[in-house]
Ligand binder design. Structure first.
Ligand SMILES: [Zn+2]
Length: 121
């Protein structure tokens, strides 16, 4: 799903994307200057191996995603949220979705069994 920056105004534009068992939904609205505010949720689950015992297990996702999207290079530094830069004056929601999932999957993951061992140490 691609949204042209000039179409994004003060009325939020809603989006919903799905990939495998994961859903990314929310809205994007004009913030100021060349910045747009994305308020979204990632919900669902994915199955991947534990970092300790390598047993695959299911992770339930329920993440709030709050980011700013910049139309072109962002030069400021004072934003409280992460700023994602877009080229061509188009916001590509797929790209945002993909990078957020990669971030979540790159996190250190422990299955409930290994998590218990460490906690009780
Ligand atoms: Zn484990």
């Amino acid at each position: 799903m691609k949204i042209e920056c000039r179409r994004i105004g003060k009325t939020p534009i809603e989006f919903t994307l799905e990939k495998e068992e994961i859903r990314f939904f929310g809205s994007i609205v004009f913030q100021k200057g060349s910045l747009f505010y994305v308020n979204g949720h990632i919900e669902g689950h994915f199955n991947a191996p534990c970092d300790i015992c390598a047993e695959p297990f299911d992770t339930i996702l329920n993440e709030v995603i709050e980011i700013l999207v910049s139309d072109g290079m962002y030069k400021g530094m004072d934003e409280a949220l992460d700023v994602v830069e877009m080229t061509d004056s188009v916001v590509d929601m797929e790209t945002i979705f993909h990078s957020e999932i990669e971030l979540i999957k790159c996190d250190y993951r422990r299955c409930p069994d290994c998590d218990n061992i460490t906690v009780n140490h």
